[in-house]
Structures are given as structure tokens and as C-alpha cells.
Design a protein around this ligand. Structure first.
Ligand code: ATP
Length: 362
């Protein structure tokens, strides 16, 4: 059963539909991420859930109650911002205790709960410090503890890691997930960082232009994208604009070539599509492989980039097309720039996606 439910929510600012008729059901204890590019409406959606914005249309239900017009401070939600937003003149423990203090909770209760929360976020020894005496990552841990102090029904996080450096970002991201699972709290997380979304979430809502393009588990978003936008926004990908040559035989025309793709019952011959292939699904070899229905393309390595366990080859197959090919680094020694190679990928590696007017720029 849905714990938090958004029913046909829209938010218009003048002529801009920042959020365009979104419906979304979130389960209790779920970690849901709103993922999308700048301006797609994810912050506006989160702010409506928090009660900082009023929807133009639609309603929000929490635990069966309509909270659409309830003030933010009566919604029992905890919020963590990109900017930490700690009170600079208060110690870490006073920041955490602030929400409990204004609710006139007894001092000994505040003290005990603050100590527990400091422990939970791994800063048991730092309660006396002021924000300026803490690193960015530590300040964000305190902000998280402060959001949790009021025992919110839902934890809302708006790009909480964006201001931190890469290493801190990864360790704090793991901490957020650990704490969310330990407390079994419902969390909604806003980010434009696909890696963050894939690693943290139970489900991801991929957003574009005020709408949800796909709502799914991270693995499905990555492996089974349902729209051209989701396919190109999440993960590295190679893309071809194609025309269905024979839906029945799984053939797609791409420029002067024909690619073998899987059966295409949902498409008509002659339809314009986007074909997406992940770099790790492409093999490279020196000799031509004439194996069955593999797609085999001749090309030349222009660039190679070392990525630790993987090496990424940029293989140009004609003047306008360069493919990214990820191969295990231990097999990459002989694939050097300038080398003529053949790349190949099976029909199942080709995701064929409908293009509509909205995808004109893809
Ligand atoms: P970012 O990652 O850059 O924060 P976002 O996906 O969170 O982007 P929103 O901040 O929700 O996007 O903005 C969605 C759209 O609504 C944008 O076109 C933005 O300019 C517009 N918008 C947001 N807030 C307001 C406002 N208060 N007044 C007018 N337009 C707004």
C-alpha cells in the first residue's frame, strides 16, 4: 500500500510547467530518487512534498491523510539541503536538538536523543563543535542528524552531496543508505548524478521536462530503459539514429548499414528510432568475426582511456560515428590508438527506442 501518494500533481510558474501532472506512489521504507537534468522539476516536486510550494493542481496523501494544504512544519518531514543550512552560532548538538527544543521536549530527552543521533552519523565526539569547526562532510552529517531528530515520517534530501568532494561524497552516500535502512525510514532523494541514483535507490524516477519518463529499479533503468531519454541520460551509451527496415526480422537501417536487433513487434517498418548500445556490451578484436548475426563494424582506435578495471576505447567507424567500447584493462594492452579493429555486438545488446517530438535533440 502507498505510504506517500502524489495524485496528478502539477506546478506552474507563469507559463512554465515545472511539474506536469505527475502521479507517484511511494511505499513505506522505500528509498526513491528523483533523477534528471537541471530544470526538469525535481526540486519543485520535492518542495511540494515538503510543503514549501503549493501544487497548482493535484493532491498529496501521507499515510492516507490529505496533506496538500498542510503547512510544512506540520507535515512530519525532515529535510536535508545541498547547503547544509546549519545554524552557524549553534554547536552541532544544539543544531540537532533545535527541532526538539522548539517542541518543548524535556532537556534529558533532547540530550539522550542528540547523543544517539551523533553516534548514528559517526560524530559522537563532535557535538560541542560549531559548524565552522567541521568539514563539509561532517556538517552534512549533522544536518542529516538534525533532520532525523524530529522523527520524520519521510526524509527528503535535495542534492545533499553536491557540494562535497568525490571521496567524501561516496562515503557519505553509503552512510545515508546505511542509516536509511537501519531506521527503515521512507526517503526521497533529488539528484542529477546518475551514479548516486543507481547506487542508493530502491527505485528511480527518471524525470525530464516536468514529467516522469521511467519509474523503476536501478537495474531496470540501466538494462531496460523504456524511453530514448532514459537510455541516454542514465549510464554511458552509444546511440544510433535508425529506421526500422524489417520489424519482423529485427533489422534496422543506420545510415548505409543494416544492424541486427532483437524482434520488434512494437514497431512498424519505416519508423524512426534510437538504437542504444552500452560500451561494455561491445567486443573488440583485430580480425573480422563473421559469427552468425553479430553486428560487426570495422573501425580505428582514436583514443584510449584507462579507467582502472576497464579501459575505454574510442573507435571511429566512419567520419561522423565514434563508438565507446569498454574492455577489461587486462585485455587492453594491444589496443592502442591508430590500430585498425573490428567491433561487434549481438542483437540483444541493441535497445531500440521510439523517438517522439520531445526527443528531437537526441
Ligand atoms: P536543478 O537541478 O537545476 O535544481 P530541478 O530539476 O530541480 O533543477 P526545478 O528547480 O524544480 O528543477 O525547476 C523546474 C523549472 O521551474 C525550471 O524551468 C525553473 O526555472 C522553474 N522554476 C523553479 N522555481 C521557480 C520559481 N520560484 N519561479 C519561477 N520559475 C521557477
Amino acid at each position: 500500500m502507498a505510504f506517500l501518494e502524489l495524485l496528478d500533481i502539477s506546478k506552474h510558474f507563469g507559463h512554465t510547467a515545472a511539474v506536469d501532472n505527475i502521479g507517484l506512489s511511494i511505499k513505506q521504507g522505500e528509498f526513491l530518487t528523483l533523477l534528471g537534468p537541471s530544470g526538469c522539476g525535481k526540486t519543485t516536486l520535492l518542495r511540494m512534498i515538503a510543503g514549501f510550494e503549493t501544487p497548482t493542481t493535484g493532491s498529496i496523501l501521507l499515510d492516507g491523510e490529505d496533506i496538500t494544504n498542510r503547512p510544512a512544519n506540520k507535515r512530519l518531514m525532515g529535510m536535508v539541503f545541498q547547503s547544509y543550512a546549519l545554524f552557524p552560532h549553534m554547536s552541532a548538538q544544539d543544531n540537532i536538538g533545535f527541532g526538539m527544543t522548539i517542541k518543548h521536549q524535556p532537556k534529558h530527552v533532547i540530550k539522550k536523543r542528540t547523543a544517539e543521533l551523533l553516534e548514528l552519523v559517526g560524530l559522537a565526539e563532535m557535538g560541542q563543535r560549531y559548524p565552522h569547526q567541521l568539514s563539509g562532510g561532517q556538517q552534512q552529517r549533522i544536518a542529516l542528524a538534525r533532520a532525523l531528530a524530529v522523527e520524520p515520517k519521510v526524509l527528503l534530501l535535495d542534492e545533499p552531496l553536491s557540494a562535497l568532494d568525490a571521496k567524501v561524497r561516496i562515503s557519505l552516500r553509503n552512510e545515508i543508505r546505511r542509516i536509511q535502512q537501519e531506521l527503515k525510514i521512507t526517503a526521497i532523494y533529488v539528484t542529477h548524478d546518475q551514479e548516486e541514483a543507481l547506487s542508493l535507490s530502491d527505485r528511480i524516477a527518471v524525470m525530464a521536462k516536468g514529467k516522469i519518463e521511467q519509474l523503476d529499479a536501478p537495474e531496470n533503468i540501466y538494462n531496460q530503459p523504456q524511453t530514448a531519454f532514459a537510455a541516454t541520460f542514465v549510464g554511458n551509451s552509444n546511440q544510433f539514429n535508425g529506421i526500422i527496415e524489417s520489424a519482423a526480422n529485427g533489422l534496422c537501417q543506420v545510415g548505409t548499414r543494416t544492424l541486427n536487433v532483437s524482434p520488434l513487434s512494437q514497431f512498424r517498418d519505416g519508423e524512426r528510432v534510437l538504437i542504444m548500445v552500452r560500451p561494455e556490451d561491445i567486443a573488440v578484436q583485430v580480425d573480422e568475426d563473421t559469427h552468425d548475426d553479430l553486428n560487426v563494424l570495422a573501425g580505428r582506435i582514436d583514443l584510449r582511456t584507462f579507467l582502472g578495471p576497464f579501459t575505454r576505447l574510442h573507435v571511429s567507424i566512419d567520419e561522423t560515428t565514434t563508438l565507446l567500447v569498454d574492455i577489461p584493462t587486462r585485455q587492453a594492452a594491444s589496443y592502442t590508438p591508430g590500430r585498425q579493429v573490428h567491433v561487434s555486438f549481438p542483437p540483444q545488446a541493441c535497445k531500440v527506442l521510439a523517438l517522439d517530438a520531445k526527443d528531437a535533440e537526441l
